[in-house]
Structures are given as C-alpha cells and as structure tokens.
Design a protein. Structure first.
Length: 73
C-alpha cells in the first residue's frame, strides 16, 4: 500500500461589474476546462479570507517591532 501526501494549491480571481450572462458563460467554460481531480469554488469576496492567504514576512515583522520600540523611547 502506498501513501501520498498531496498539496492543495489555490488560485484566486476577483471579478467585478460582470453581467450575470457573462458570468454564467465564464463559469461553464472554467468547469469544462478543469482537469480531473481539480475543484472549482466560487465565493463572495471576504477581506478576512484575503488576509489569510498572505504569509507574514518574519524579518519585516521584526523590523516593524523594532521601529515601534524605537518610537516609544
């Protein structure tokens, strides 16, 4: 028996001011082009989800912390 560790990758697109007719055509085209095993999820924009996607840069966070400490003194 073999065990595989598969990673899940995401691609995000933001669309605005799209008519319902164009949107339904786009969704059908995206679904038709999906490879086997790939899923399509469509959600309403949520800023909290957007922020969750970004991985914080530890060096940048350390520099900001040092700057805040410098400003306090």
């Amino acid at each position: 028996m073999s065990e595989y560790n598969l990673k899940i990758y995401e691609r995000h697109m933001q669309l605005s001011d799209m008519s319902s007719m164009k949107c339904s055509i786009l969704i059908r085209a995206l679904e038709a082009a999906l490879p086997q095993g790939v899923t399509l999820n469509i959600d309403v924009y949520d800023p909290a989800i957007e922020m969750k996607r970004y991985v914080p840069d530890k060096e940048l966070l350390d520099l900001k912390s040092s700057l805040n400490e410098f400003k306090k003194s």
